[in-house]
Design a protein around this ligand. Sequence first.
Ligand code: C2E
Ligand code: CA
Ligand code: CA
Ligand code: CA
Length: 275
Amino acid sequence: SKSAGRNCFTIYDEAMSAELEARNTLEGDLRDAIARCQLEVHYQPFVDALSGARRGFEALVRWRHPTRGLIPPDQFISLAEETGLIVPLGEFVLRRACADAAGWPSGLAVAVNLSPIQFKEARLFEVICAALADSGLQPQRLEIEITESVLLERGGENHAFMQRLKQLGVELALDDFGTGYSSLSYLTAFPFDKIKIDKSFIRNLTQQPRSSAIISSIVTLARGLDMSVTAEGVETREEYERLKALGVNFAQGYLFGRPQPIERILFDAPAKPSR
Ligand code: C2E
Ligand code: CA
Ligand code: CA
Ligand code: CA
């Protein structure tokens, strides 16, 4: 009967429903956050490895929760992906990033992360075009970062989509390289401009000769394919020096700056007259 079944599963049910409730609350909160503009885009610089000059910023989303404070993306991106909220969230970040970058010195690019879920939306191309048109940002200053999973699923359709972005002039970066299932054949088959080596390879770079060997082969491979290489998660000068010697083109990490709200970023500009 119904009640016997309930007894058997009471504990399980309670644990389940508590988890489900927390999740539903978070989902509802996230929905509100998007509607009420509680999401913020922070920016982390990346530099030309040789000169150390800033070349642009990666846009990284944060959630300014009314009671829980600033929530990092690790705590809500997967929920957003599961619920489909990543679509409006991603559009918000893209539009915000393009609008902000349009006000920066013209040598600086902006990199935006796109979720594989967004790739399933037929509208994505129009959304990107609209974000560029409305902000006036040149397509050449927009970089789209995607992970390997986009290449595995719906490879053919996504390949065609990426070609359209290339024709528009947008740059394409393969994010978190080395962490997934990517075989090198993906690199040759898709039109990437840039490979971002995952920070896990940088972390033990100065202790592990193997990491150096891996990075060095990625650099060689990328050169052969006419792609550039970014090392992310660079925290120490030692790591930076090593990466420079290994020939990476760009570097990003706390050594050069943490992600910050736009108003905290200082641009080289004519000095303001003092009062
Ligand atoms: P990601 O795209 O690999 O972004 C780099 C992450 O590494 C960021 O974490 C950044 O703050 C962190 N990081 C940068 N430099 C260093 C360093 O020197 N050391 C260490 N330990 N970490 C460093 P964050 O901002 O927490 O973002 C986490 C992930 O959330 C991102 O990883 C990205 O996958 C996702 N994400 C962030 N914003 C968006 C977005 O707008 N859309 C989508 N789809 N995903 C996003
Ligand atoms: Ca670029
Ligand atoms: Ca990224
Ligand atoms: Ca990454």
